[in-house]
Design a protein around this ligand. Structure first.
Ligand code: AMP
Length: 299
């Protein structure tokens, strides 16, 4: 029971209509790993520079996350600066500095290679393929991507999709990927590209899941104040993949239950700036939130 997760580990600067914070520990793999750590063991594959704060490593390690695959390289950590409007679904990337990510070639430590569950976080699909090629027999591959790669690395992304079991993607990106404005049709077209399941995230409006056999609409935890939407998608993915790995089975029912866990973890992620909302949870707090998410849709 464990997951190999690759993605960015970053230093973020986030501006919302109410506040601005710099030097936040972030990155797709960070949010994913913290969320998944409540269900399973995560083996992290990423790179940081020598400026990455020791507290960041300590926080990840305190969640039992395996950091052998977290390379430290001379230089600056990947950094991202984003601004949200009053609608938390509206995000503008103001700046992305690849820094040590520019030369990153993922190398999986020996014990990572035996894992059969893989999360390919939002990074260059060419790197996602390199990670996959080092896993001996990947059985369940969860994958996230973004508009940048849809625009610039389409052939590589298409190859990743043929090897993906569950694609997690937001609604605008699903439309961009498939050319379909209707998200149900977009999900159907994603399934034709390879994945068995398409999960389309709709920000504060929840998510849908589509497989060849069925569809599922996940509701949200009603939140009146979103402090920092960063990482919601990755925390969601961590909850989904982490729960599936803990149960050890991927089928329609289990994936529905996993999506509710993902929704709960995403709601914690956005309650505070950076990773703070994900750091101090426990089984009881998590279960209460899962119940609250389920209650919203009970008739
Ligand atoms: P999310 O809000 O779930 O989409 O994830 C936000 C995280 O993704 C932030 O912490 C960023 O550091 C990271 N991020 C933003 N752009 C990129 C990119 N081009 N490649 C890798 N990670 C990124």
């Amino acid at each position: 029971m464990s997951i190999v997760a690759v993605g960015s580990v970053a230093l973020d600067s986030v501006e919302t209509p109410y506040a601005k914070e710099d030097g936040l520990i972030g990155g797709s793999a960070t949010y994913f790993s913290l969320a998944a750590s409540y269900f399973t063991k995560v083996h992290l594959v990423a790179v940081v520079g020598t400026d990455f704060p020791a507290e960041g490593r300590e926080e990840l390690a305190s969640h039992g996350i395996d950091l052998e695959g977290l390379e430290v390289v001379d230089g600056k950590t990947f950094s991202w600066r984003g601004r949200y409007g009053r609608n938390p679904n509206h995000r503008r990337t103001l700046e992305t500095q690849l820094n040590v990510f520019e030369r990153f070639r993922p190398r999986l430590p020996e014990r990572y290679r035996k894992c059969s569950v893989v999360f390919l976080g939002n990074i260059d699909p060419a790197l996602q393929l390199e990670v996959l090629s080092q896993v001996e027999s990947p059985e369940m591959v969860f994958c996230d991507t973004m508009n940048l790669w849809i625009e610039t690395k389409r052939p590589e992304l298409d190859r990743v999709l043929t090897k993906t079991t569950v694609l997690l993607i937001n609604d605008d990106e699903a439309r961009q990927l498939t050319g379909s404005l209707n998200i149900w049709r977009a999900a159907r077209e994603i399934l034709m590209a390879g994945p068995q399941y398409a999960i389309i995230k709709k920000g504060q409006h929840g998510a849908i899941m589509v497989s060849k056999e069925s569809c599922f609409v996940a509701c949200v935890f009603p939140m009146e104040e979103v402090v920092d939407p960063t990482g919601a998608g990755d925390a969601f993915a961590g909850g989904v993949a982490g729960y599936i790995d803990r149960v050890g089975r991927l089928d329609d029912r289990t994936l529905r239950a996993a999506i509710v866990r993902g929704t709960a973890l995403a709601s914690f992620a956005i309650e505070e700036f950076g990773i703070d909302g994900l750091c101090a949870l426990n089984d009881q707090i998590l279960e209460n939130r899962v119940e609250a998410v389920l209650e919203v849709a009970r008739i």
